[in-house]
Design a protein. Structure first.
Length: 447
């Protein structure tokens, strides 16, 4: 599979912060403006949606990011699946009334399309500061036990870390003619579909990965976006990743394309679909071939990892405290050719020797790196995440950390250019798994 380029888009009708939200109108003031904060409801306290230290509930602004709030009939972290919001709260942001029929509130502002009047019926005031939000409202996370959310700042280095980092440092992040400095790739979009949105079947593209990939129909929010484009059309042989959250599922597609670019009409094809159940921790330790979706199985990226939870978002940066690992790509000649380490389950087309990083390697920025030397506060937020949660080697390509399109509002491509391979360590990756000996036995999700 190719390198990745992508950004978070929420589904459907309007956007704020480059994230898209959809709905059918709602009860949050009148016109397009957010409703004023209501008085404190009479109900018992409720906690904003939170998972793995990452809140996807309520707004994400200021010090309050989906924190606890007191309100009558509080919705799921301040998100209502329809009708008036009767006690929802957007922690820290302005109160935006309701989420519209499964749409989303982003940064404390209602982005669920044009409001059709209505009143806020009991919106609660922002509660106490909670865990910093890092993803779009309406998007869930995997269970807190998933490896991406674990603090690895004190984890044991891999037994081969010194050798692998020294070899990479000797040749640098990339060859001449390719990117040679650690950059940020702002091309990913993340869509969130209304829970009631009907799903659409797709046609398997030539070369569809079977049995690795799933065949279930996919929810396609109107106005959604694929990787690096403003709609669902993708051509020219690009990776064309598409990410869609719907309820407790995450749909990730590779080489997804709809002729004409709209959610309806045209021909919908994909070379791979992975349907992730967000209630499940796939990465509980199991011996091959039973790990994750199956050793030897590819996914929307070559490593077989979920992509969306590892993408850097604008909300991550705004929160000042990223709560998950990131993902990166690097030239194939800098990736070990024959082995991978968990949580990866697959490799792409690497050509590197045994002294190169394996697929699934988790790199951690050294704890003694001087963050004050970085160009600005937002750069330090990203670097701190690399010290605390690290970044996974997920695919071949130029040396980039994956981010959403709207993250470019806050950072630029060169904020981490000063970081060299020698500034990192590889965290213990466990046993090296011979890729050639693994045969994917995944049973595809069909519905």
């Amino acid at each position: 599979m190719q390198s990745l380029r992508s950004a978070w888009v929420l589904a459907a009708c309007s956007s704020t912060f480059g994230l898209w939200a959809c709905g059918n109108g709602g009860s949050s003031g009148s016109g397009d403006t957010a409703g004023a904060a209501g008085t404190l409801g009479a109900g018992s306290p409720a906690t904003g949606g939170s998972s793995a230290g990452t809140s996807f509930g309520g707004g994400n602004a200021g010090a309050h990011s989906g924190g606890a709030s007191q309100a009558g009939n509080t919705g799921n972290g301040g998100v209502s699946s329809g009708g008036a919001n009767t006690g929802g709260t957007n922690g820290g942001g302005s109160h935006a009334g309701s989420a519209n029929n499964g749409g989303t509130n982003i940064g404390g502002t209602n982005n669920g399309g044009t409001n059709t009047g209505g009143t806020n019926t009991g919106g609660g005031a922002a509660g106490s500061a909670g865990t910093a939000g890092s993803g779009p409202a309406g998007a869930q996370s995997f269970p807190a036990s998933a490896p991406f959310y674990q603090d690895i700042s004190q984890a044991t280095p891999d037994g081969e870390s010194a050798k692998l980092i020294a070899a990479l440092d000797a040749i640098g992040w990339g060859d001449d003619g390719n990117r040679t400095e650690l950059g940020i790739d702002f091309s990913f979009n993340i869509n969130v579909a209304d829970a009631g949105l009907a799903r659409r079947a797709f046609t398997k593209a030539a070369g569809f990965y079977s049995p690795d990939c799933d065949t279930a129909p996919v929810p396609l929010p109107p106005g959604g976006k694929g990787e690096g484009v403003d709609n669902y059309a993708c051509s020219g042989g690009d990776d064309c990743h598409l990410f869609v959250f719907q309820s407790s599922r995450l749909y990730e597609l590779y080489q997804s394309n709809i002729t004409g670019g709209m959610a309806t009409g045209g021909t919908f094809t994909a070379k791979c679909l992975v349907v992730w159940d967000l209630t499940k921790d796939y990465w509980v330790a199991k011996a091959p071939p039973n790990f994750s979706r199956g050793d030897g199985c590819t996914g929307a990226d070559a490593a077989g990892l979920p992509m969306t939870p590892l993408v850097l978002t604008k909300q991550d940066i705004m929160s000042g405290n990223v709560k998950h690992a990131l993902r990166f790509t690097i030239d194939n000649n800098r990736i070990a050719e024959t082995v991978y380490v968990h949580p990866a389950t697959h490799l792409g087309g690497p050509t590197g020797g045994t002294d190169m990083l394996p697929y699934g390697a988790r790199l951690r920025l050294r704890g003694n790196y001087d963050l004050a030397s970085l160009p600005n506060a937002n750069a330090r937020v990203v670097a701190k995440a690399l010290q605390t949660y690290g970044m996974y080697l997920a695919d071949g390509g130029n040396i980039y950390i994956s981010a959403t399109t709207d993250a470019s509002d806050l950072i630029n491509n060169s904020i981490l250019a000063a970081l060299k391979p020698s500034d990192f360590q590889m965290v213990d990756g466990g046993a090296r798994i011979d890729a050639a000996s693994q045969d994917c036995k995944h049973v595809p999700v069909t519905d």
